[in-house]
Ligand binder design. Structure first.
Ligand code: TGC
Ligand code: FAD
Length: 398
């Protein structure tokens, strides 16, 4: 079906006010060009319709694998990309420029499913799952949040009990991206000593259900569900032996939050680009609205904030490449860049006037998506408190 909406035509031109491209290597520019082409070809023409129908474009998983967007910075020996952290960030930026839900598909698979298997799993687990996950032939999800434990995952109730050659898993997880379509779930649960353990639960295991969560006005092209475990028998070989404690899931979150700090910049760039073009085309009072000082103020502030966020993401990327990006530095970038993107979306919406609330333009979709991005992977306020703890040494959580 041909889609004639302006958003489907995708005229995006990337803003680079501070010549940040000069800081990138040739491979980064090439990666960006290939992902951008793919988004223009495969995402933009369909995303508004999928969003309207609240349907996940599941067919894109294998394509995400083909373009190298699933686990891009994990090693090639397991079928992954072997790229650096800046390339990984750029991929997330380009995907979220298309839609936060598409970036979510890649973030969860790469950073929250493949990364823990690579970092904490046995060699057998790595060989069994990573190549298929990298190709998008298997879909994974990550279960940390529970109905009564969101910001405070340490309080989780989901548990495993030793039953000889297997564990018995009970409990439930809430708000899990991709759970209803996932072949495997990386689940975090407490053992009998109260230590948090990570394990792989496979679709079809008796007592394992994944109901869909309906009624989201945000991230509508991403499918979200629950994980319900009733006496699920999980083989001991499925439990990560190399990690115990909350730092297991939090280390995965650091990887994903890093990607989001780049991704949010992509959503902001798309809103700015659309608003800039509209401000030159839309005539009121006999002149383009971009000629009014109040419109220029909005656009000037938008590009200033985008440029600052681009620099933050790039510098965080160089620290990550050197293995020096601290969790608190990642929190600062996630928090700053997501709020920046949401504020840019709101200003862009105003510049588009009434058209800004329609799906002729990508603005409202980005704005609705970013409300989720502000909350998941650690809420805006939790990241502020992580920065507060880092600079004062005083813990607001305990
Ligand atoms: P706390 O005592 O601070 O930490 C426990 C242990 O973990 C270590 N640690 C980290 N390690 C790696 N990376 C990080 N980011 C880390 N943060 C902390 C820490 O050093 C400690 O290690 P050790 O050796 O001493 O045991 O733990 P706390 O219970 O006080 O919690 C702190 C707090 C509130 C910051 C943490 O619980 C938190 O970040 N809460 C937010 C929860 C969250 O982000 N949930 C996200 C769920 S997944 C999701 O949203 C996916 S959406 C994906 C998509 O669709 O794209
Ligand atoms: P709560 O923790 O109940 O927070 C409610 C409010 O209280 C927030 O404003 C918060 O900042 C504030 N608050 C809480 N504690 C404090 C404090 N100490 N000081 C000050 N303020 C505080 N989780 C997964 O495990 N896997 C996934 O794949 C996943 N995907 C998601 C997809 C979507 C679409 C959404 C919406 C969420 C997803 N999540 C996922 C869950 C997400 O990580 C949680 O929603 C988030 O961590 C917040 O938890 P909560 O919703 O329970 O809010």
């Amino acid at each position: 079906m041909t889609n004639n909406k302006r958003s489907a035509q995708d005229q995006f031109v990337s803003p680079d006010y501070y010549q940040i491209d000069d800081l990138l290597q040739e491979e980064h520019i090439l990666v960006r060009a290939s992902i951008r082409d793919w988004v223009k070809r495969e995402v933009s023409p369909i995303i508004e319709d999928y969003t309207e129908r609240a349907e996940c474009p599941i067919h894109l998983f294998r394509q995400l694998g083909e373009i190298g967007a699933l686990g891009p910075s994990l090693p090639e020996e397991y079928g992954c990309g072997g790229m650096d952290e800046i390339s990984y960030g750029i991929i997330m930026q380009e995907l979220e420029r298309g839609d936060s839900g598409i970036r979510s598909m890649a973030s969860v698979q790469g950073s929250l499913v493949m990364y823990p298997i690579y970092r904490y799993g046995s060699e057998e687990m790595k060989r069994k799952y990573l190549p298929l996950l990298a190709k998008g032939e298997l879909v994974g999800c990550f279960g940390l949040t529970e109905p009564d434990h969101g910001s405070n995952p340490n309080g989780m109730l989901t548990n495993i009990k030793d039953a000889g050659d297997h564990y018995i898993l009970n409990g439930s997880k809430m708000w899990i991206t991709n759970s209803p379509i996932a072949d495997i779930a990386v689940v975090w649960a407490k053992d009998e000593e109260g230590a948090i353990r990570g394990l792989i639960v496979e679709k079809g295991m008796a007592g394992f259900k994944t109901p869909v969560i309906h009624g989201k006005w945000s991230l509508r092209a991403s499918i979200t569900g629950e994980l319900v475990f009733e006496d699920v028998k999980v083989p001991k070989a499925n439990v990560f032996q190399a990690i115990k404690g909350l730092k297991g899931p939090l280390s995965c979150l650091s990887k994903a939050r890093y990607g989001i700090s780049w991704g949010a910049v992509g959503a902001a760039m798309d809103c700015y680009d659309s608003a800039l073009r509209y401000s030159k085309e839309r005539i009121q009072f006999g002149k383009p609205i971009g000629q009014f000082q109040l419109t220029q103020k909005k656009l000037a502030e938008m590009i200033t904030e985008i440029t600052k966020a681009q620099l933050l993401a790039w510098r965080l990327g160089t620290l990550a490449n050197d293995g020096k990006a601290s969790p608190a530095q990642i929190s600062m970038a996630k928090r700053n860049n997501v709020l920046m993107a949401l504020e840019v979306a709101r200003e862009a919406r105003q510049i588009h006037g009434g058209m800004g609330i329609t799906n002729e333009y990508p603005i409202m979709r980005h704005m609705m998506n970013l409300e989720t991005v502000l909350t998941y992977e650690g809420t805006h306020d939790i990241h502020l408190l992580i920065t507060g703890l880092d600079v004062t040494g005083l813990n607001a959580f305990s």
